[in-house]
Design a protein around this ligand. Structure first.
Ligand code: SF4
Length: 226
């Protein structure tokens, strides 16, 4: 059962994943990045969408194949390169600080060592870095190291809240803790991807299409709206 269970229901993480994959198909994760690239691209993607952040990251990475060059570049130059991702000045500061922190602590620009840590320990280590919160840390650990850590983005948060898996006032950061352990480890990645699909599909922020949703019978939001 979820930590927050507002009513009796037959929902399980597996039933949700199967219903949503039946609707949208199973999504395959994008594996074009290595761990350091995933980390930096996640910082760059904060408060914007993939359409804006992916090209900005690809442009930046093409120009700075060496992380040291990026760390020591004039911040105003980096900010102009990543401008399309928004908040460019702040993101430049965070990315360069993050690179500096990794180099100073590890002596290299690599976070591969996280793979030998326990997930909780790795989450803690990552969140000590500038610009890294629970979502970014979970994305890196889930998609780069296959750890059973669920990233809660805006879609996962909204859909989970509407279904009643988390409390009505639970914010996204807290949702990482409330959902932890409820989604079985081997399902974490599929659960994350399926809820994103749903949040972009029928369960959009405005006017969710509940009448077409396979989860409607067990959804708190749909029940209240009926
Ligand atoms: S029934 Fe409606 S609110 Fe509930 S998950 Fe489906 S689309 Fe979202």
């Amino acid at each position: 059962m979820p930590i927050f269970a507002s009513s009796s229901r037959s929902l399980s993480a597996e039933s949700i994943v199967l219903a949503l994959e039946g609707l949208y198909g199973q999504v395959v994760a994008d594996d074009r990045y290595d761990p350091m690239e995933e980390l930096v691209s996640c910082i760059l993607s904060q408060h914007t969408n993939d359409k804006n952040s992916y090209p900005a990251f690809d442009r930046m990475r093409a120009l700075y194949r060496n992380w040291a060059d990026l760390e020591h570049e004039d911040p105003s130059v980096v900010a102009s390169i990543i401008a399309s991702a928004g908040m460019a000045k702040r993101k430049t500061e965070l990315i360069q600080s993050c690179l500096r922190a990794i180099r100073e602590e590890r002596g290299e620009y690599s976070i591969d060592f996280l793979g030998s840590m326990a997930p909780e320990e790795a989450m803690e280590w990552l969140q000590e870095l500038p610009g890294v919160g629970p979502k970014t840390a979970a994305l890196v650990l889930c998609f780069q190291f296959g750890m059973p850590v669920l990233p809660v983005d805006v879609h996962v948060h909204r859909v989970s809240q509407r279904l009643g898996l988390i409390g009505p006032s639970t914010d996204a950061n807290r949702a990482h803790q409330e959902l932890a352990g409820w989604v079985p480890g081997p399902l974490v990645e599929r659960f994350h991807l399926a809820l994103i699909q749903h949040g972009r599909g029928l369960c959009r922020a405005r006017q969710p299409q509940c009448s077409a949703c396979p989860l409607a019978a067990d959804c708190d939001f749909a029940r209240r709206a009926a």
